[in-house]
Design a protein around this ligand. Structure first.
Ligand SMILES: *Cc1c(COP(=O)(O)O)cnc(C)c1O
Length: 424
């Protein structure tokens, strides 16, 4: 009997994320990953141009991380994090606080980006509840993305496929992404709106809106919005799930913004692509609103695998790599390389716009098209045929490759993007 391949076996029992199985029944079987490369079951290799959704920034199957986690695995695998603590979590808290914006004081652990933002939202709502100034509205940016659980979905502005759930969303109001041109108007409207005293928190992706196709915006107008909101007691929540850990050229995007957030959400590259984990950090002031003789003022939120020791160890190893001279020079090398590529491709007649923030590079093709339309699929197939894994969003092609990607691999990505423009 012929052994069926992964793709065929997959179709029997598996339901994939973000997938309409009737239209896209086939999944590609991946058997191995190393550095910036993925290998499929036929042995074909692909450059992971998006770091497996922005996680594996220090390279896949990184020996330094594997070795550290392997050792931890022999020592302590998992333990309840309510009533117990352990070395990897304590050490991670000590080291992460060192590099987070200076006002961050406490870390709350969970499992993924959506739970990180969900917890940030709950912190903001309960902060006001505990201070007996009940506020029930969240503020968010247009076209933001913060995850797929209910609170996270509610604040996300990219709700193309959220129809069945919208009736159950929490109360959210939106403002446009602030720019030099519109910031005065937004400030004016907000000042009026804030008189009602019912906005609990404001959640935003700092500098780069990932799911909105790597839309980038300036720090200064945002800083003015954050100042106004903070002066009215609105808790500001930076969703750095995508931007965290070096991607914008600094450790965190918030490092480039004058006003520091009250709460920060971290996941994705936090654990270097090895294990799922998330952290929601907050200022001492936020924490103090929960610190009380009354039991009910605590944050009664938990996940079974909170602060899993192996995930904390992966995060510690990742941090050590991030802070190393070698990784910092890798980041600078990728930043420079994209800049060079931009000089050339920005002139291409089929390229409408280009943008870059740190190692994140994006270009818009000069054509109108729907988010997951036919051209998008043809571009994707062209990239994969050429051994490059990129996921175009609408008419945007973007690169967010592992920092350890080689010069040759970068040139191959650029070359494949160049040739893909012939398909337009
Ligand atoms: C990916 C992402 C999330 C959701 O994270 P998951 O781990 O997929 O739940 C939230 N916010 C931002 C900015 C993200 O990029």
């Amino acid at each position: 009997m012929r052994l069926k391949n992964l793709s065929e076996r997959d179709q029997k029992h598996i339901w994939h994320p973000l997938t309409q199985h009737k239209l896209h029944p086939k999944m590609l079987g991946i058997v191995k990953a190393k550095g910036a490369l993925l290998f499929d079951e036929k042995g074909k290799e692909y450059i992971d141009g998006i770091s497996s959704w922005y996680t594996s920034v220090y390279g896949h199957c990184n020996n330094f991380i594997l070795e550290r986690v392997g050792r931890q695995m022999q020592q302590l695998d998992q333990v309840v994090f309510s009533g117990f603590t352990h070395e990897p979590a304590v050490q991670l808290s000590e080291e992460l606080i060192q590099i987070l914006p200076g006002n961050q004081a406490k870390l709350f652990f969970s499992d993924n980006g959506s739970t990180a933002t969900e917890i940030g939202i709950k912190m903001a709502l309960q902060y006001h509840f505990n201070k007996s100034g009940r506020r029930n509205v969240m503020l968010a940016l247009e076209n933001g993305f913060h995850g797929d659980t209910f609170g996270a979905m509610s604040v996300s502005g990219l709700s193309v496929y959220n129809g069945p759930f919208e009736d159950f969303f929490i109360d959210v109001e939106r403002i446009p992404v602030p720019t030099r041109d519109n910031v005065a108007d937004i400030l004016l409207q907000l000042e009026n709106r804030l008189k009602e005293n019912n906005i609990a928190g404001f959640i935003y992706e700092p500098l780069v809106q990932g799911a909105a196709a790597m839309k980038m915006y300036d720090s200064r107008p945002l800083s003015r919005i954050l100042d106004l909101l903070q002066s009215h007691g609105v808790l500001t929540i930076a969703d750095e799930v995508m931007t965290g850990f070096g991607k914008t050229g600094t450790h965190f995007a918030s490092d480039q913004i004058g006003t520091k957030p009250d709460i920060i959400c971290l996941s994705k590259a936090l654990t270097a692509g090895l294990l799922p984990m998330a952290i929601t950090s907050c200022s001492q002031e936020v924490y103090d609103a929960f610190y009380s003789d009354e039991m009910a003022k605590g944050l009664f939120h938990a996940h079974t695998y909170s602060a899993n020791p192996l995930a904390c160890t992966a995060a510690l190893a990742g941090l050590e790599l991030l802070l190393s001279e070698e990784m910092q020079s890798n980041i600078q090398r990728v930043v420079k390389s994209h800049r060079e590529f931009d000089k050339e491709i920005g002139q291409h007649p089929k390229v409408a716009r280009t943008r870059q923030c740190g190692v994140i590079y994006a270009l818009d093709i000069d054509t109108e098209m729907e988010r997951y339309g036919n051209l998008r699929d043809r571009l994707f197939d062209h990239f994969m045929d050429n051994g490059v894994f990129l996921r175009p969003l609408g008419n945007t092609i973007y690169i967010l490759a592992p920092y350890v990607i080689t010069h040759e691999q970068l040139q191959k990505i650029y070359g494949t993007i160049r040739s893909s423009l012939d398909l337009v």
